[in-house]
Design a protein around this ligand. Structure first.
Ligand SMILES: *Cc1c(COP(=O)(O)O)cnc(C)c1O
Length: 372
């Protein structure tokens, strides 16, 4: 066997897998382009930074770092159960909600199965599907969003999981309560529906998202529903990695068998508990986002650029066929955004809403790069 054959040792799905493309880290841009004073609007992170309460909670936890975390995450689960009025045994904590998406795929999906998701949907769905060797069934989007009718029609007797991002990343589109309800009603009970609500806090605050549903309200009626949420976005804890799912307790029991025993670290557990209780930090971030969204939309209108209306903390703007060059030119201005060609959106860039100052810098840089 020659040296290059190692790839052939990997499982079939993994052989053709392309890794997740993350937003460019600030340090990397500094290193590679020699630019300084960089702003990053590329990974839908919270521009406020962590709250003082979170920082001091973490500091007081540091002395215990030689201990394993609570593998059952009792305190955080208790706080979540309380907040959402669900039973503690319905909750599964993940190392980010990404972890949950992966655990559930490993627990339920085999190479014989099909997994359904929408075109332009979150890139982790194809990755977790392919990693277990299952077949991805990608349903064409409608007006950039999920076409739930078509997704329903795509169900076969091989379908095991359906992923729905509500709202979706990167498009910022969302499905309303009536459509979701009808969809859940139509899906066979032996097919799991994963409702990814990573941006729930933004969408539920946004008056434009009329009749935006909380997946949690459907859990009693649909035991095959799994709702995932995260502390990475509105709660501002992306670096710590903590998210969770709420599901039927039997599903939670299954996820619990597959997950690593200490998948969420002690600092993350503590920080999430504190962040969950800090409603004012959450609201401050959500309001800042709403204002920033207006700021970007007005600027796009001024520049006659089209965009996809979004109820998340990010927005996709059409900068034309040279989007990759525009992305690169912005990097030289010290502004990191996200190209989305890998989402079949080659003319678009996804911009995370930043602080007012960051948004202004992005807008100025974009005007310069596009000669507007
Ligand atoms: C950011 C994101 C997640 C989860 O991120 P974690 O940091 O792993 O919690 C999940 N789904 C979507 C659609 C996202 O954009």
């Amino acid at each position: 066997m020659s040296e290059c054959d190692l790839l052939s040792l990997a499982t079939k799905g993994v052989q053709t897998l392309s890794p997740y493309q993350a937003g460019k880290p600030i340090d990397e841009l500094q290193r590679e382009y020699g630019v300084s004073d960089i702003i990053k609007l590329a990974s839908n992170e919270n521009p406020l930074g962590p709250s003082d309460k979170v920082i001091s909670a973490i500091q007081s936890e540091l002395a215990e770092l030689s201990r394993y975390p609570d593998g059952n995450a009792f305190e955080l689960k208790k706080a979540l159960a309380n907040k959402h009025s669900v039973n503690i045994n319905q909750i599964t904590i993940g190392n980010g909600s990404n972890d949950i998406l992966e655990i559930l795929t490993r627990a339920f999906v085999t190479p014989e199965h099909e997994v359904i998701f929408s075109q332009h949907a979150f890139a982790v769905y194809p990755i977790v599907t392919q990693a277990v060797g299952a077949t991805a069934v990608v349903v064409p989007a409608k007006d950039w969003g999920h076409d739930l009718n078509a997704m329903q029609k795509a169900i076969s007797d091989k379908t095991k999981v359906i992923f729905i991002a509500n709202p979706n990343n990167p498009t910022g589109t969302w499905v309303d309560g009536n459509s979701l309800s009808a969809f859940l009603q139509a899906v066979p009970k032996n097919v799991l529906v994963v409702l990814d609500e990573a941006y729930f806090e933004f969408a539920s605050f946004d008056p434009a998202a009329e009749n935006y549903p909380s997946g949690l309200e459907y859990l009693n009626q649909y035991p095959n529903l799994i709702v995932t949420r995260t502390f990475s976005k509105a709660y501002g804890l992306a670096g710590l990695r903590v998210g969770y799912s709420v599901s039927h307790s039997q599903v939670a029991d299954i996820l619990n068998r597959v997950r690593q025993p200490f998948n969420a670290n002690s600092l993350a557990l503590k920080a999430a508990e504190v962040a969950l209780a800090d409603q004012s930090y959450l609201e401050e971030g959500i309001k800042l986002n709403a204002m920033g969204m207006q700021q970007l939309i007005s600027a796009f209108d001024d520049m006659s650029l089209s965009y996809i209306p979004s109820v998340g903390n990010f927005i996709c703007v059409n900068v034309g066929e040279n989007a990759m060059n525009v992305y690169d030119d912005l990097l030289y201005q010290g502004v990191i955004v996200r190209p989305v060609a890998n989402y079949e959106m080659p003319e678009y860039l996804r911009i995370t809403i930043g602080t007012k100052e960051e948004n202004t810098r992005f807008i100025d840089a974009l005007k310069k790069v596009l000669n507007k």
